[in-house]
Design a protein around this ligand. Structure first.
Ligand code: C6P
Length: 419
């Protein structure tokens, strides 16, 4: 492999200093097996800046109370903080109204909510739900469940060898029975950034409702749901440098209002008798029970943090990381990168001739390098590329060029072990 020059000065641009940013993430300073941690598993979950950890600590130390119910001081403060995050997310996504922001446990729950509830509203026997080959299981299985309950069918948009959607095939699939199109914004296993705006425009020619899985997008690029034109957008807090156990489903108000509740319980009702119940207004109709209050507040801190780093700096730095990683890995004999889309986030999936991806992961781990190996909850996608699994390095803005170089050196070492 051609050695790649790397000096810390390279990353210190006027407005973005990766080493200063890394100071905000306590975990990035720990060692594993006596080696500095090199965390390249950001698509699985991102690390948390001190601002998020502190916001959660402060909430529990100073404000903890249940929300929306109490008349007392702490409950009012907690409710204010919780609802302030809803407004923050509204702005973050460019949504028109804060009532369009529903808090969930994560992307998986957001998609289950929309599949189950919108599916019951819209789907009739013979109707079609269009997915793509690159969907995560979270954007396949909930649709299978509702299709088997309603008699609707799933149709799948193929992808090309680079891992891009075949839009001509998508156009051919669309017909008056197409009621829902659900696709990922960024593929977790390939890094492909899908042309969501274009997909929405095409889907709207048959009046289909478009659901976007934004789990892998929000950490890499700014999202504006009005510009995208979609009807629903889902993401997880923990992939946006926020806590686990919190996610968002944004949906158009008129659709959320028409949809039946997803779960029943406290908080989501207006009146209850043994004969019947009536529902609270959106978004509360979809937030049954005590929500994850501290996690919502942590998510608010994460959004503030990401916006302060800035998507322009994130995009520029991650593009450089991706370019360097692609260049370094592509020259390794026997290594095949899976996913070479023109529009790609900083994710590199690869296979190595004669070596199981799990062995790559295990050997790298001993050098402190955390990657993911497996099917990435995208088995149909793995089948499309004729592999059972891949090794995947996924980057965030706090990763450095030296870490990319260490990954490439680590893979060379794996080859030595197996030669
Ligand atoms: N992908 C990965 O390592 P949850 O678990 O609900 O936060 O997110 C589910 C999910 C949905 N869609 C996409 C595109 C995703 O990438 C994920 C999570 C992780 O790739 C865990 S499998």
């Amino acid at each position: 492999m051609t050695p790649l020059v790397s000096s810390p000065e390279q990353y210190r641009k006027a407005d973005f200093d990766v080493y200063r940013v890394r100071e905000d993430f306590p975990i990035l300073h720990r060692e594993v097996y006596g080696k500095p941690l090199i965390y390249l598993d950001n698509a699985a979950t991102t690390q948390k800046p001190r601002a998020v950890i502190e916001a959660i600590r402060r909430y529990y130390e100073e404000t903890n109370a249940n929300i929306h119910r109490g008349l007392h001081f702490l409950s009012e403060r907690a409710t204010e903080q919780y609802e302030a995050v809803r407004r923050k997310i509204q702005e973050f996504l460019g949504a028109s109204e804060s009532c369009e922001v529903v808090f969930t446990r994560g992307t998986t729950e957001s998609i289950n909510l929309v599949a189950s509830s919108l599916g019951r509203l819209l789907l009739q026997p013979g109707d079609e739900v269009v997915l793509t080959t690159m969907e995560h299981h979270s954007n396949i299985v909930p649709w299978q469940l509702i299709c088997s309950a309603t008699g609707a069918k799933i149709r799948v948009v193929p992808i090309n060898d680079c891992g891009e959607l075949c839009l001509e095939d998508f156009e051919r699939l669309l017909n008056p029975r197409t009621k829902i199109v659900a696709l990922t914004h960024v593929s977790n296993a390939l890094g492909t950034v899908n042309p969501v705006h274009q997909v929405v425009q095409m889907a709207k020619t048959v009046n289909a409702t478009v659901v976007v899985d934004g789990a892998q997008a929000v950490s890499h690029l700014p999202v504006d749901v009005r510009q995208l034109g979609c009807d629903f957008y889902a993401f997880s807090g923990h992939k946006l440098f926020g806590p686990t156990g919190i996610g968002v489903l944004w949906g158009r108000a008129e659709l959320l209002e028409a949809m039946p509740p997803y779960q029943g319980g406290g908080e989501m009702i207006r009146t209850v008798t043994f004969e019947e119940s009536t529902w609270a207004k959106i978004p509360h109709k979809f937030e049954a029970g005590t929500p994850p209050i501290a996690e919502v507040i942590g998510l608010g801190a994460a959004v503030d943090y990401v916006l302060q780093v800035g998507y322009a700096a994130i995009g520029e730095h991650e593009a450089a990381l991706l370019e360097r990683a692609t260049r370094a890995l592509a020259t390794i004999p026997g290594l095949r990168i899976i996913g070479n889309a023109r529009e790609k986030a900083a994710v590199v999936s690869f296979v190595l001739e004669g070596v199981h991806p799990h062995d790559i992961g295990t050997i790298l781990d001993r050098d402190g390098i955390a990657i993911r190996a497996g099917h990435h909850c995208a088995q149909p996608l793995m089948q499309r590329f004729g592999v059972a699994a891949t090794a995947r390095a996924s980057f965030a803005f706090y990763n450095t060029f030296s870490e990319v170089d260490a990954l490439a050196a680590g893979v060379e070492k794996v080859i030595e072990v197996f030669s």
